[in-house]
Write a protein that binds this ligand. Sequence first.
Ligand code: LLP
Length: 429
Amino acid sequence: MDWFRHRDGQLYCEDVPLATIAERVGTPAYVYSARTIEHHVEAIREAFAAVDPLICYAVKANGNLGVLRVLREAGTGFDIVSVGEMHRVLMAGADPTKIVFSGVGKTASEMQSALEAGILMFNVESEEEVEILAGVAASMDRIASVAIRVNPDVDPKTHRYISTGQAETKFGVDIERGEALARVVAGTPSLRLVGVHCHIGSQITSVEPFARAVARIAELATTLRQDIDTVEWLNMGGGFGIYYKDGKAPEMSAYAEAIVPLVQATGLKLIMEPGRVIVGNAGALLTRVLLTKQSGTRRFVVVDAGMNDVLRPSLYEGYHRIWPVLGDAPPPLGDEGGFEPCHVVGPICETGDFLAKDRPLPDVGRGDLMAVMSAGAYGFVMASNYNDRCRPPEVLVRGDEMAVVRVRETLDDLVRYDRGDAPFEQVNA
Ligand code: LLP
């Protein structure tokens, strides 16, 4: 469900024409719909109401401060993976007691900052991390709350780069070692064992891998709970898939039907860490056609957004619908027979710089405005300055209003941290 719609011959975000946004802020530009973000939070909450979950939005999906404020106002907590993300969510007014800290390589100083901020818990991923965190907490005379991230060895059937819950990935501890590690945590004075966590991957579009993973962590948590009464949370991670191509992604209720009974049977509270499912379809990237050209048998549409602005197609062969902003809505998928397949590419000097391959498109030409859909998650956050390109602005729409929640970078921003004339200093060995 999203609030991007073609009507009266052009594409709108909520009640604002995308063409107007492009006129105001230029292209490329990211546009987000507040209403869509709120809708998805509500849909999760409603489906899982029976267990009243703590929804910790995964900040890595989209960390814009404007977006984070929408989420904070919608009452979510946050899943962070760095002190940078913590800084952002605290700036957006997050309640620290609704923050969980994940990640396979937290530094001691990040642990210290998170303890100072008073976060809810650390999702701890290895034996050595337990040692380091215990030391940091002890040195501060604090007790750190810990969930053990286990690797339930479930195949999430998604792209291999975003599959995290199988043996042989770097994430979590093998579930067989989870109990022993949990008992070490429970026996360490500066640590408190509060739960079990897993996250099996991203863009998962079937219920079954989640059900298997939750069943496994529920079993472990139940065993631990028998003699460790501080255990109160099950954290199932994120990973709910969205529609990129068509309307086919499971409804929240389908996930809930499988997962809620498993959680209820444990008597524990549920945390979830959804990212993409909340913001993915709430965003589009606006881009203009610079020119078209023919190479061999192919028609290339060269647009002003490249892999530095939106990396998913290049990195994961991610599919994003692309369609002109002015004109009619695209035909249903598979019904584009009359259109010529084109490669939509960016200006970056890499063959891998493409937004779409062999994509049937109407006859677009110089200056035409296009929208790259479902770009709200892992879009701007993965943007870079490669080829010395300024990162695009971000615009948040609510009803018939828009706010520029991040401005376009300038040429000065590109060289801000360079010190080309830095004097060489003698370095004594
Ligand atoms: N929790 C943990 C511990 C995670 O590592 C992630 C995502 C999430 C939650 C949120 O997952 P989501 O609900 O968004 O699927 N850049 C890739 C996706 C990487 C996901 C990394 N971890 C992409 O563009 O597809």
